[in-house]
Every structure is written in C-alpha cells, then in structure tokens.
Design a protein around this ligand. Structure first.
Ligand SMILES: Nc1nc2c(c(=O)[nH]1)N[C@@H](CNc1ccc(C(=O)N[C@@H](CCC(=O)N[C@@H](CCC(=O)N[C@@H](CCC(=O)O)C(=O)O)C(=O)O)C(=O)O)cc1)CN2
Ligand SMILES: [Zn+2]
Length: 758
C-alpha cells in the first residue's frame, strides 16, 4: 500500500492571484484583510487540488518567501525592524522589500539580501546571524494554517525548513560560526514540534536539502546533534532532501533517529538501492519520483516496472511524491489554449504531476489493470515524443558535430583588440552605460497584451515599441550616458523573448513560476533541436542606432542563461542543447555586427546558477558552459567590443572560468558588497575591462553622486582606471522612470567628477 504525498504546491495561483493581491496591497489599494482572504482562498483551492493524495502540505504557502516565513516562526528578525511601528505583516514586508505598505512614517529599512535557492531561479531572503542572535517561538501562522486545513478535512502534513538547513542558508554578519547557534535554535524547534503535535499533526516534513551539498564534518555532526535532540518530539518526522544525490551524507541521512526520509529519486535515482539497504526497517522511505524541476510527462510504465519490486519489499513503508516542492513548475496545463496540441500532450504541470502520482499509487496498490487506460495514454504520448520529427533536425546535429575550438577563439588577444576598439569608439575615461532594460511600464505591458490577443496589429505594436525605444534613447542622450541601449521594450523577458523567436521552442500563456516575491517568469519550453529562422534583435537595434550618434549596444541573452532559465529537453545532455543555442546566438551576433553594431552585450546572468551543487562537479559544467559562451561571442572581428553581464556577486571560486570567457567588458553586481569583491578581479586574474555596478536596482532608493564616487574610488584601488566602466548593478525594467532618471543623473555626474579629479 504505497502512500502518496506532496512536498509543496505553487502558491502564486493559476492566474497569479497572489501576485496581484500582493501588489495591490503594497500600493495601499487594499487592506490586510483582503490579502489574507486571497491567501486563504488559494490555500483552500490548492488543498482541494491535492485531495487525491494521502497527505497534503501545510505551511508551504507564503506571502513572500518560505525562508523568511521560517525566520518569523523562529522569532529571528534583523534588529533594524525590531522597534518599528505597525503590524507583524508590515515588518514582514519591511524585511522582504525594504518597506511596509505606504510607509507614511517613512519607516524604510534596507531589505534583507536575496539569493538563489540552491540551483533554481527562485530567490529567498537570507537569514542574518550574529553571535548574539536569539530565537523565540512564534508559531501562530503555522498553527492557524494547520487548523484551517484540518477544518477543511485535509489530511495535513506541516512542512518546515530544518534547523541545519536554516543555519546553512543564512549568513554570518559578524564572522560568527553559524553552527554555534544550533544549541539556541534546537529548543525552539522542539517547542514548535510540540505545538504542532498539540494542534493535531501526526507527521511533520522537515526539509534538509543542505544534505545534498558537500558538508564538512562539523555540519554533518550538527545534523546528528539536531535530530538526536528533536527525536523526543511527539510527532513523526519525515526528513526531506532534494535537488541532488546524498553521496557522502547518505549513511548519515539514513541513520537519523526519525520516522522517515524523502530523497529525490529523479536526480538521485541511482542511490535508491543503497538507501533501501541502509534505511532501518521501521522507517518510511519517500521516493520523489515525479520531476518537480521540469514539465515533461513521466514515463509511468517504466516507473512502475522499477517501483513494483520496491513496493513489494517496503509495503506501507513506501511513500511516493514529486522529487521536490512543485514551486518550480507552473500550476495547470489545462489552462493552456494556444499550445501546439502535439507538444501539449507531452507535458505535465503541477496539477498533472499530482495526477501522475495518484495513477502510480493506484497501479501499485490495485494493479496496473485498474489504470490501464491512463497508462496506455501515457505510453502513447511518450512514444509520440520520441518519434516526432519535430524534435530531431539532422542539420542542427551536424553543425554541432562540426564545432571546433577555433569557433570559440577571437582573432587577437584582448590587448590588441582593445587598442582597435578604443580608437574606433573614442569613449571618455570611465564610460557610463546601463545593463539593457529600461522600465517596463504598464503601457508597454498593456500594448503587448493587446497585440498577443489580436487586438493590436503587428504594425501598430511595432510602432508603439519603436516609440518606447525612441523615448529611452532621448532620455539617455539627455542624461549624457556614453554607451546607449535600446531599452528592451519589445521583450517580455530576456529568455522568453528568445524562446519565442527560436525554432525548437514552444511557450505557454499561463505557465508562470515564482522567481522572487510577487515577480514571476514564464520559462519557455525547449522541446527540440534549435534553429534561428530569422534575426531576432537586429531590426530593433538598427532602429535604435538610427536615432543617435552615440554608440548603441546590441543586447542578447547568452546560451547558458537561455538554457538555465528555460524548461529544457531531458532526452539529451544539457551541454548538447546549450551548444545548439550557442550556434543560434552566434548567428545573431554576426548579423548584428554586419548591421554595423560594434558593441554587443551577451548576458550570462544565470551562468553561476547552473553550477552543480557539489563543487567536485563544477569543472565539467564550467568547461562546456564557457565554451558555449565563447562559441556565441567570439566569431566577431577585433573592432567589435563584446560585453557580458552577470548580476550576482560571488566570483571568487569561478574567476578563472569568467576570465576564460574573454569578453572585452564584464558588468557585474558589486554595490552591496562595497566593491570588496573586486579583489578577485585584480589584474592577474582578470585582465579585461569591468563595470562594477554602482547601485542596487532592486531598491527604489536613489544613490547619491557622492556614494557613487566613493564606490568608484574603492574600485580604482583595485582596478586601473582605464579598465573601469560605470553602470548600475542590473537592468532597470522593474523600476519606474521617476526613480531611474535621478539615479542615472547622479551616476553620470559622478563619472564627470571622477574624470575631472583624475
Ligand atoms: N527569466 C528571468 N529570470 C530572472 C530574471 C529575469 O529577468 N528573467 N532576473 C532575475 C530576477 N528575477 C526576475 C524575475 C521576474 C521579473 C519580472 O519583472 N517579472 C514580471 C513579468 C515579466 C513578463 O513576462 N511580462 C510579460 C507579461 C506581463 C503581464 O503580466 N501581463 C499582464 C497584462 C499587462 C498588465 O496589465 O500589466 C497579463 O498577462 O495579464 C510582458 O511584458 O509581456 C512580473 O512578475 O511582473 C524580474 C526579475 C533572476 N531571474
Ligand atoms: Zn542582471
């Protein structure tokens, strides 16, 4: 009798109800009660949609981020919000975004740092630790939601982040050893588990994904200490791991004194046999067999053949689940009206994944015959996908086979190139530029929606986008920027836009996935061999260049970032898919050059995110990822200046790979680290030009000229002035013009004053 459960459900809503409710609340258009009501309705709906399972998650819902929720549950808030007026929700949003609703008392504080959740495009708010950090239990939200679920007849299993992973996710602000806090943390967890038990919880899922990373002995020891202390709690604990194999932590995870273990049986399938061997015979084994990171239908028949003997052996001890929380996939495939029907039949979103799980459990519990029709349909869909001639294109495969190292090499070294580029571009010292996007105004979005719904003709849509481009060019000229951009008005997203242009992709209408807070992305679906049937950006850039005598940067997204932010095929290695994308981008680069564009930026914002979770596997990834970037960028002549952009701040451990990309200029995030991270870009390790971001675009705050001059002063201590550019941290699409204008004004005047003082 296999038991089914889910680790977490997407909370944004099939029509992004949560996003709209949050944004209305932040603007002060609605009251807290309305926001709470939307939350309750979404939870109820999502529990109903999971009612076919034996256990549904509770506590996976969040108004912003589940890690921030955990910080609140543990009574662990940054000191800067501890004495401010307002409700708990006000404080919650202050930590999340720097301010509460309509903070009329101007109780704005700097927001908590945001960083990537493991190797996903989801971002969490980083817990901030010092040696004086204290924890106090604040379980009300979780207990209320447990009661809410129970009152609706849900078989509820609370979900929390485990103590070791919680510490692992955070950052020490004073150099303290986070593990020293474990002793203070565990009693709070113990009390929390006690309260959940009192409120009627039988099982609690306690997530410890840190167990799939390389933990040193102190961290491994902490895992043991934690669960030996928590075993006294009067609930059954299911320790959940996901996103990778357990490897060196396998034995440790199996032997913890808890009632069950969940592992990612998609990414760690080869470990299942060993886990079954090691797991004591009283424990539940939860196998995450449905891929929570991708949108393809599972091969149910193949899974059954594998699972039947396991089910025989484990009986009631076998639980089945998606590999990880379904937060990382869209909600419901049936909402899609415009998806190509052949390809739609190959896909499963969150709801369909829940159905797959139920089908598998029924087959195991009642025999395959009981779901024969569903299994047959599933087999047909998969056979169709395998055989489809839309997936395979021999010409593309030949081009990839013909790739040689020469394709990734520029004709001359950086020093030769830069001399020619300087002569041609004649830029001042400390050239100023921006990262690509300008505000995506409500009007731009409205126009695009009208166009997509057929209410606006192509011509008219293009006219309007050209007007937006012209507007941003005039603004940049007025500001006195040196290298201009067209502003990306015509792009819904830097990856989806390219997915829409390339052959081998389809895209959804409602396939939204949360990236941070209320911000979502709609990853395009890469199903087949990639070709570029026509130019994708040339006309827009050419138009923008025609408006000005200043140099206009061509703007592209790089192959690695397109790969990492798409749902990609699982029938060939990612490196193979990436090479196909690289060849397509290379064509675009060469066409831009032919159109007279002599500065081309190729964004690789997600290059670091694609790193495997274990450092021992990094090199293999970096080798092909960097090679793909080089293939896309390096076909150009010496005079063409290649830029790349990366908006994260940890380069120490991959600086060699970054240098090996050999872009003429790299723009990076640095403003929040006070330029310290430039230490790693010193002349030996990084010989080319650098634009260290001088202000944080995630914040509405306007940086002062003095602040920027100050930061650049620090940059100059590390990098020779002739190799420095001045630019923001990242694109400006989420900001408003009223914020962008004064910020860039200060940036440009900072550049002028630096030039004068040189
Ligand atoms: N893919 C990706 N990942 C990334 C980033 C990124 O830029 N792209 N940046 C980093 C941070 N993550 C981010 C993720 C999303 C957004 C973002 O701005 N998302 C927008 C949606 C962007 C989009 O796809 N816009 C579409 C659709 C917009 C829309 O909602 N349209 C409305 C109608 C228009 C309206 O009335 O507003 C509708 O369909 O109902 C468009 O412009 O065409 C949002 O959530 O609001 C920003 C940063 C890391 N990961
Ligand atoms: Zn960026």
């Amino acid at each position: 009798m296999a038991i089914t459960h889910n680790l977490g459900f997407p909370r944004i809503g099939a029509k992004r109800e949560l996003k709209f409710a949050l944004e209305a609340y932040w603007k002060g258009q609605t009251k807290e009660a309305e926001l709470q009501q939307t939350g309750a309705e979404l939870r109820q709906l999502h529990w109903q949609q999971q009612s076919g399972l034996n256990w549904a998650p509770v506590g996976d819902f969040s108004f912003y981020d589940q890690v921030l929720d955990t910080s609140f549950t543990l009574g662990h808030l940054p000191e800067r919000v501890s004495n401010l007026a307002g409700t708990e929700l006000d404080n919650y949003f202050r930590v999340a975004r720097g301010r509460a609703v309509n903070d009329s008392a101007c109780q704005c504080v700097h927001a908590g740092e945001m960083t990537k959740w493991f190797d996903t495009n989801y971002h969490y708010i980083v817990p901030e630790f010092t040696q004086d950090t204290e924890f106090t239990l604040n379980p009300a939200r979780l207990i209320r939601q447990l009661q809410e679920a129970k009152s609706q007849g849900v078989n509820a299993k609370p979900v929390i982040i485990g103590p070791v992973t919680y510490l692992w996710l955070g950052k020490s602000k004073d150099g303290c050893d986070r593990l020293q806090l474990l002793d203070k943390l565990l009693p709070v967890y113990q009390a929390l588990l006690q309260q959940l038990a009192d409120a009627g919880a039988e099982w609690v899922q306690i997530d410890e994904p840190a167990l799939v990373t390389e933990l040193d002995r102190n961290w491994q020891h902490a895992v043991n200490v934690a669960y030996h202390q928590l075993k006294a709690a009067p609930v059954k604990l299911l320790v959940a791991t996901y996103f990778d194999e357990l490897r060196d932590n396998l034995k440790l995870a199996c032997e913890l004194p808890v009632a069950g273990l969940h592992i990612d049986a998609v990414r760690a399938r080869t470990e299942v046999v060993r886990v079954i061997d090691w797991l004591p015979s009283h424990k539940v084994l939860s196998l995450g067999i449905i891929d929570g990171r991708n949108i393809w239908k599972s091969d149910l028949t193949e899974l059954l053949s594998w699972l039947e003997p396991i089910s025989q052996k484990l009986g009631e001890r076998l639980w089945l689940a998606p590999s990880c929380s379904l937060l990382h996939v869209p909600v419901d495939l049936t909402a899609e009206q415009n998806l190509d029907s052949e390809i739609k039949n190959w896909l499963a979103f969150a709801q369909q994944k829940i159905d797959e799980l139920s089908t598998l459990a029924t087959a195991l519990n009642e025999g395959r015959a009981s779901v024969a029709e569903k299994l047959a349909q599933n087999r047909d869909a998969l056979a169709g996908r395998r055989a489809s001639d839309r997936v395979h294109n021999p010409t593309v495969q030949e081009s990839v086979a013909k790739i040689t190292p020469a394709l990734g090499k520029r004709a001359s070294s950086y020093s030769k190139r830069t001399a020619k580029q300087r002569q041609q571009l004649a830029l001042p010292r400390y050239p100023t530029t921006t990262i690509g996007s300008f505000p995506q105004t409500p009007q731009i979005r409205k126009d695009r929606l009208a166009f997509k719904q057929g209410e606006l003709k192509l011509d008219e849509y293009q006219n309007r986008m050209r007007t937006e481009i012209e507007y941003s060019v005039r603004e940049q000229e007025a500001l006195g920027l040196d290298v201009l951009v067209h502003g990306e008005a015509e792009r819904n997203d830097m990856v989806e836009y390219f997915g829409e242009q390339l052959e081998g992709y389809v895209f959804s209408q409602f396939g939204w996935v949360q990236s941070y807070g209320s911000r979502c992305v709609k990853p395009p679906i890469l199903f087949g061999d990639i070709t570029r049937p026509h130019t994708m950006t040339v006309e827009w850039i050419r138009y923008a260049q025609s408006l000005t005598d200043k140099p206009m940067k061509g703007m592209l997204t790089g192959p690695v970032t397109i790969l990492n932010w798409s749902f990609v095929r699982d029938d060939q290695p990612r490196s193979e898919t990436c090479k196909q994308l690289a060849l397509a981008i290379r064509k675009e680069v060469l066409d831009l050059q032919a159109a007279g564009v002599n500065i081309i930026q190729i964004d690789e914002a997600a290059l670091r995110e694609g790193l495997p979770l274990r450092q021992s596997q990094w090199q293999e990834y970096l080798t092909w990822a960097v090679e793909c970037f080089r293939i896309s960028a390096n076909g150009v002549k010496d005079e063409t200046q290649i830029h790349t952009h990366m908006c994260y701040s940890e380069f120490n451990d991959i600086i060699d790979a970054i240098a090996h990309m050999d872009a003429d200029v790299i723009t990076i995030e640095t403003s929040r680290s006070d330029m310290e991270l430039l230490d790693v870009f010193d002349s030996f390790k990084y010989p080319n030009e650098i634009g260290p971001g001088v202000y944080d675009i995630h914040s509405p705050n306007i940086p002062s000229e003095e602040h920027i001059v100050n930061l650049m002063g620090k940059a100059r201590e590390r990098i020779p002035a002739e190799r420095l550019w001045i630019n923001p941290d990242c694109g400006l699409k989420t900001r408003q013009w009223d914020e962008v204008r004064p910020a860039l004004q200060n940036m440009v005047s900072a550049a002028k004053s630096l030039r004068n003082s040189a």
